[in-house]
Ligand binder design. Sequence first.
Ligand code: AMP
Length: 403
Amino acid sequence: MSFASLGLCEPILRTIDEQKYAEPFPIQVEAIPAILSGRDVMAAAQTGTGKTASFTLPLLQRLAGGCKVKSNHVRALILAPTRELALQIAENIATYGKQLPLKTAVVYGGVKINPQMMKLRGGVDVLVATPGRLLDLFGKNALKFAQVETLVLDEADRMLDMGFIGDILKILALLPKQRQNLLFSATVSDDLRTLTKALLNNPVQIEVNPRNSAAVNVKQSVYEVDKKMKPALLSHLLRDRNWAQVLVFARTKKEADRLVKQLEGDNISAVAIHGDKSQNQRARALTRFKANQFRVLIATDIAARGLDINELPHVINFDLPKLPENYIHRIGRTGRAGAEGEGISLVCADEVKLLAAIESLICQTLVREVEAGFAPTHRVPLTRQQQVRPKKLKKPKQKRAVD
Ligand code: AMP
């Protein structure tokens, strides 16, 4: 299967060639023709499957053939839950659309609003935005939605988890009724299904991975350890395994900062990104991490959402996430675009319930490991379902030979 056979035009095919994409990923095979034909799309696709290209490529092509954008207007609106993801989508658009005469902007909170208002003055063909800042800009008359042809909700599940439903509904009410709607989500919950019913019109449904599954090419395991020994085990694993680049998830900002201090004390270079860091600090940390200037990036769930670090081989959950869906998002940071990855969770006895919820969501029992010298005083028990032994098979009654 080639990208050309999906109906993409020459300028876009040239940029795909430059990216050295040999052939389209499954989600792209399904989504690109559907979006080009103007259909609504609902895609349950994990991160790392190539979903960003699956909507940006056809979107850019459709916009390139359309009318001119007026001052302060927008023709395609892409909503993303976090600044990092918004920036990443905008980067993709800049790459894929560089041969096309389209104007793009990205807006998010936490930075001054005036430069963003200036950028919107002449109108933009594609606007990538976080919901809160979009509404702020609308409130300041910096944005008009009458020309919106396409709305994309990326990582819609995450937007709901983060409590954006109110903002999303406000935005929907401001948009023209006639438009194309595209919705992408890694996990599918009941709330999401309600949103899709309200938003999508006879959508093409795409599901490239089994629903709520963690990336298949990621080797996952659980290291059982006592809570107080977790920091020492983390340093030990980082030293012992000699991994080059590791993303560590911590549940709170405080813990992320504490771990950085500890690792630096152990001569392991580390930087934290979380909600208390400025946008510039986060972007700088990410660039330096991608350039291998330090070994360990420690992130909270919100800050890490949307990170795309090519061939990131190792993810460590210092704590299990409170929401089981976040386990899938965290593990999705590795094993991207077909690369192999490893996801390790440090689990103490307090986290048994969280582990059980994760295992039930991904329909998988994770392999338990104990690192020599770190054996826990309390083992992490298997969940009740896992303890149930298969019933002994009854011996089949011997059939009387019939001759
Ligand atoms: P995404 O799921 O959109 O975050 O994409 C994950 C990664 O896959 C990104 O680094 C893309 O550059 C890469 N990618 C997207 N489409 C292809 C393709 N057809 N072949 C190879 N890599 C791709």
